[in-house]
Design a protein around this ligand. Structure first.
Ligand SMILES: Nc1nc2c(c(=O)[nH]1)N[C@H]1C(S)=C(S)[C@@H](COP(=O)(O)OP(=O)(O)OC[C@H]3O[C@@H](n4cnc5c(=O)[nH]c(N)nc54)[C@H](O)[C@@H]3O)O[C@H]1N2
Ligand SMILES: Nc1nc2c(c(=O)[nH]1)N[C@H]1C(S)=C(S)[C@@H](COP(=O)(O)OP(=O)(O)OC[C@H]3O[C@@H](n4cnc5c(=O)[nH]c(N)nc54)[C@H](O)[C@@H]3O)O[C@H]1N2
Ligand code: SF4
Ligand SMILES: [Mo]
Length: 758
């Protein structure tokens, strides 16, 4: 941890991160805010009351104490009794500031003669209900849609899902988790039959090998990164392998870094599996008793898998991936021979055309080597947003899904939900609705007339955004956001001011299946209302008040937890009273005296698992997990003489997505993510110097950025963050998506870069 006196004054942000490295997320607070770290800070304003809560930002879901005086959050500190053991990263600490940044949306607005004008809630909600009703009457229920978020509370996503699917009768219900976690969902469900990770954060305390792929954990899940480093500090023999085309801060701390070409993960994992087989690292009991094998729709055998991965000897895979064969062999040996290997992955895998195949490649490596279901041994997909798991994946708030792991396309699942929701059989349509990209395409075409957007900013975050931004001008867009203007509210016909974080109450489910409660501790500003209140009001005004009978966060939670009992996600035992007392609980948790489940699929540990064997993969009819035979595919959008570079996008530590929340925080305003990382060789070739304004152009659009010469990227590759609204990188990205998950491939497209000439 940075000592106040040793503060690396005068260093750039990047230098500071590099120096501080291991404690980056935490230590950054000193150079940035100049306040010397939370531990030494004397409270400026006395705190009247401390409330137990949770950070609003990433999927880590760190517990925090929230200090309130005079209806204002005046302080926050890490909760020592929560899984994060009192730690918070810089964004966690900034929860104190985010409520009071400039640009909060304070009252409803309606577009009149092209301009957004202040309106009353009654006027705004009446207009919304009338327009939706008219569209439904004239064009049917599929002419309206909901586009939600992994940052809404579970009660909010659950209510919207029920209202749209079982009330209005449309499956046009999707959200930003499609851009974020959809490939993890298809990866898990095709492997295990059920979504969500099998392990938990505690596993990090027992691993001897961390295989981190497509995740810049140090910047994006800093507190989990710290937890992994705790393990390495106490057990220095612990190995960290990082697979990332960029030499990120995470990669800089790796024992082995494989800087593969973007989109070549499948070749790498196949090659590693080949090494496992050739070197006798296969868990025979696992293969014989707990696994099945599949390629497309065909059943396969272990012998077939052997032949399949034999097509990826290290030499060949190394060429595909642009790394050395020895590094593949070393990665495979370290992975397989450790006592317990834990894999971590995020958007580098999910946001690829082969997102699903990459996900199940990592899962397969664990299943084949038996690095599964023991403390420290698990394939762990890290979720990005704080409630993508609990709020959206578990409640089935996606266009193809229904609650508790059910599917729209499955007649039995539809009937179960119609009965549980007490609506007539046949109410839920058999056809999946539009997924994110298709939804905005349908709005652009005029097939979807009205869309309610809640807690997300698609005008900035959809890929190939020029196309969809034009569409938003066409449809009747209702946008509930806590800030205005955003790149989406500027297209809105109605803006609804939303309460955020602890201005409202709700439950979220983090990356390890932990449900935890966010209390309401202050009032929202102006006339802002909670998203749940907005949805309940909307339901009543369009004539579905009799369906949406649970109207408070507690009542909705109680309805949902009882419904969950009719699925393998059973968390009926997680009552509101327990949530108020405990630091969250991991599902499954069927009864009030159940402590929660750390590891799934293990009889005796997971209440859903049965039999006397090592595992019960109850999500699959034969009780066996599936290993998939997937092949490497050549990337879409190839580079050419005209577009000779590969463009990659992502995040930095201090900012959150579209910066609506972190942008106004004074401490973070000196950090401008408006640059393009370019390797000095390429910069030289294209006659670009540090600080030059450059135009990045793809087959779809262009964006102006500031050149930053950097060894983080390989020659032939450039990188920019997704954060800046002034520099919309998604004008350039490709809207091609994984055919199974429909998640867009933000991490790879071909571009040209040239110096801007004025
Ligand atoms: N500070 C901060 N933290 C956040 C967020 C934020 O906005 N700011 N957002 C949260 C959310 S919603 C999410 S989804 C997560 C995202 O968390 P991460 O996925 O860790 O973050 P990204 O920067 O999007 O991408 C991760 C890495 O994938 C690499 N990559 C690109 N292509 C490939 C490939 O083909 N293979 C492999 N193996 N790697 C590749 C990129 O170089 C990049 O370093 O972060 C969460 N946490
Ligand atoms: N190029 C590129 N694009 C990407 C990605 C990438 O890696 N590269 N990553 C993708 C991923 S993984 C994700 S998750 C998405 C994120 O994309 P978005 O969800 O579009 O981005 P956010 O900035 O998180 O938007 C959240 C919005 O909700 C508002 N808000 C905050 N709290 C509340 C609340 O309680 N209620 C309401 N109603 N509003 C609230 C905020 O002001 C903000 O406008 O971006 C995707 N887009
Ligand atoms: S790691 Fe994530 S949840 Fe924890 S404090 Fe940082 S942003 Fe918040
Ligand atoms: Mo995300």
């Amino acid at each position: 941890m940075a000592d106040k006196d040793e503060k690396p004054e005068g260093l750039t942000r990047r230098d500071a991160l590099r120096v501080l490295g291991v404690s980056a997320g935490i230590a950054m607070i000193a150079p940035l805010s100049g306040c010397g770290g939370v531990w030494e800070r004397q409270p400026v304003i006395p705190v009247d009351a401390w409330h137990k809560g949770v950070c609003r930002f990433c999927g880590t879901g760190c517990g925090m104490m929230i200090g309130v005086t005079d209806n204002k959050v005046v302080d926050v500190k890490g909760d020592e009794y929560a899984h994060n053991r009192g730690r918070l990263c810089i964004k966690g600490l900034m929860n104190r500031e985010i409520l009071y940044g400039e640009g909060r949306a304070l009252y409803p607005m309606i577009r009149k003669n092209g301009k957004l004008e202040r309106a009353t809630w009654d006027e705004a909600m009446d207009l919304v209900a009338t327009r939706f009703r008219e569209a439904i009457d004239e064009y049917g229920p599929d002419s309206v849609a909901f586009y939600g978020s992994g940052q809404l509370y579970t009660q909010e996503s659950y209510t919207a899902n029920k209202l749209f699917k079982a009330g209005i009768g449309t499956n046009n219900m999707d959200g930003n988790p499609r851009l974020c976690m959809a490939s993890a969902v298809t990866g898990y469900t095709s492997s295990f039959g059920k979504d969500e990770p099998a392990g938990c954060y505690e596993d990090m305390d027992y691993s001897d090998c961390f295989f981190i792929t497509g995740s810049n954990t140090l910047e994006c899940h800093p507190i989990l990164w710290e937890r992994m480093l705790d393990r390495k500090r106490s057990h220095p023999e612990t190995r960290i392998i990082v697979v990332d085309p960029r030499r990120t801060f995470t990669a800089m701390h790796a024992d082995l870094h494989l800087p593969i070409y973007p989109g070549t993960d499948v070749a790498l994992y196949n090659s590693m599996m080949n090494e496992f087989i050739e070197n006798g690292f296969i868990d025979r009991d696992m293969v014989e008793n707990y696994l099945s094998f599949q390629e497309g729709k065909q059943k396969r055998t272990f012998e077939d898998l052997k032949k399949h991965v034999a097509q990826y000897p290290a030499e060949r895979a190394a060429k595909i991936c642009g790394i050395s064969p020895r590094d593949i062999q070393e990665a495979a040996f370290t992975f397989a021979s450790s006592k317990a290997t834990l894999s971590i992955w995020t958007m580098g895998l999910n946001q690829q055309v082969q997102g699903t195949a990459s996900n199940r490649g990592v899962v397969a490596m664990h299943l084949l080597t038996g690095h599964f279901g023991r403390p420290g041994a698990t394939p762990f997909s890290l979720t990005g947003q704080p409630n993508a798991c609990g709020g959206v994946r578990d409640t089935g708030s996606l266009s193809h899904a229904l609650p508790g792991g059910r599917l729209v396309a499955n007649a039995t699942h539809r009937e179960e939900m119609e009965d549980l929701w007490k609506v007539p059989r046949g109410r839920i349509g058999p056809k999946p609705g539009y997924h994110a990209v298709a939804l905005f395409e349908a709005i652009a075409k005029g097939d979807v007339k009205c869309c309610l957007v809640m807690c997300t900013n698609p005008g900035q975050t959809l890929p190939n955004s020029n196309l969809y931004r034009k569409g938003m001008e066409k449809g009747f867009m209702v946008v509930a956001d806590s800030f205005h203007p955003t790149e989406t509210t500027i297209f809105a016909d109605v803006v609804l001011p939303a309460a955020m974080w602890v201005e409202k109450e709700g439950v979220k489910g983090n990356a390890e299946r932990r449900y935890h409660l966010y209390p309401k501790v202050v009032d929202p500003p102006g006339e802002a209302r909670s998203d749940l209140d907005i949805l309940v009001d909307f339901a009543e005004r369009i004539g579905h008040g009799d369906l949406i009978t649970a109207k408070t966060p507690k009542d909705v939670w109680d309805e949902w937890r009882h419904i969950s009992a009719h699925s393998k996600y059973n968390f009926e035992g997680i009552t509101y009273e327990r949530l108020q007392k405990e630091r969250g609980i991991l599902w499954p948790c069927p009864t009030e005296d159940h402590p929660g489940t750390k590891r799934r699929y293990i009889p005796g540990e997971d209440p859903m698992a049965h039999g006397g064997g090592r595992f019960d993969f109850y999500g699959k009819p034969d009780g066996r997990a599936t290993v998939w035979l997937d092949s490497h595919e050549e990337p879409v959008d190839p580079y050419t003489d005209e577009f000779p570079l590969i463009f990659n996008t992502g995040r930095i530590l201090e900012h959150w997505h579209t910066m609506t929340i972190t942008g106004p925080v004074p401490e973070l305003q000196s950090i401008h993510p408006d640059y393009l990382e370019i390797h000095p060789h390429d910069a030289h070739h294209f006659n670009i110097r540090e600080g030059d304004q450059v135009i990045v152009r793809s087959r779809r659009g262009e964006v102006e950025l500031r050149a930053k010469l950097s060894l983080v990227v390989r020659p032939g590759m450039v990188f920019a963050t997704m954060h800046s609204a002034k520099h919309l990188v998604n004008q350039v990205t490709h809207d091609v998506y994984d055919p199974f998950s429909k998640q867009p491939a933000y991490k790879r497209c071909a571009v040209s870069v040239r110096k801007k000439t004025v």
